[in-house]
Unconditional design. Structure first.
Length: 253
């Protein structure tokens, strides 16, 4: 009887130890699950509420619509497609034997993700160009122009493999400019254009708040140019393929 009593007590003791171990393990697992649930999800480019400040500094090639290329429709299409630096603030300088030009601009670009993946944004631009040229008769012609552009757009971010995201965007906007030239007589010219832009951007995000963006860009311009002293209108159009790339900042990520 004494042996049976002792055996029963040992069994009860082992049962209590087993129950305590199981309860402690369950509690630990519950606490771990709660901790994981309280942790924020791993963020991704294109999450709802994120704000992308695009093209803070960058470059654009022929066909781009940013930086010095925002001018609506000068007769020489090279002014549309010059390659070089672009960004929120910029300045370019050209000096040749026969001409010298200065161009400065401000061009902020921002997109807000109103839902996961869907972005709404646009680019504003204001540029000023001044220059002078030596004419065949050795007369120095001077001129300057002021241009303004606004291109709203929508985009959709497609995660490929974090930190890489495909971000196509399309936009439609307006650009206008007024130029004044002085050569023998003073002449004024006004220009306006509708601008359609479609790009296929690729985003690489090395850190949480910084990303690199490169995009082939198709730009359609349909411009109207009003000649000097109220002269007739001249219409022109162009469809150009360019490449833009730069550094951006991602807020609320």
């Amino acid at each position: 009887m004494l042996l049976n009593h002792r055996t029963r007590r040992i069994r009860i003791t082992f049962l209590m130890i087993a129950l305590a171990t199981f309860s402690a393990g369950s509690l630990a697992r519950a606490e771990d699950a709660g901790a994981r649930a309280s942790e924020p999800e791993i963020d991704h480019f294109g999450g709802r509420g994120q704000v992308a400040l695009d093209n803070v500094v960058g470059v654009t090639t022929e066909g781009g619509h940013l930086g010095p290329n925002m001018i609506a429709g000068a007769r020489n299409q090279q002014s549309w497609g010059a390659a070089g630096y672009t960004g929120i603030l910029g300045y370019t300088f050209s000096d040749t034997r026969s001409s010298r030009t200065h161009t400065g601009w401000i061009s902020p670009s921002m997109d807000v993700f109103v839902t996961d993946q869907l972005s709404v944004g646009g680019t504003l631009g204001l540029s000023y160009m001044s220059g002078k040229s030596r004419m065949p008769d050795d007369y120095i012609a001077k001129g300057h122009s002021l241009a303004f552009s606004v291109v709203p757009r929508v985009g959709y971010a497609i995660a490929l493999n974090e930190p890489i995201t495909l971000w196509p965007r399309v936009g439609l906007g307006y650009s206008g400019a007024r130029a004044e030239a002085i050569w023998q007589d003073e002449a004024h010219q006004s220009m306006s254009a509708l601008i359609g832009v479609a790009d296929l951007g690729l985003v690489y995000r090395p850190t949480k708040h910084v990303y690199l963006h490169v995009a082939p860009e198709l730009v359609l311009r349909v411009a109207s140019i009003k000649g000097p002293q109220g002269g007739g209108l001249e219409d022109s159009g162009s469809l150009q393929l360019g490449l833009t790339g730069g550094l951006g900042f991602l807020l609320n990520s």
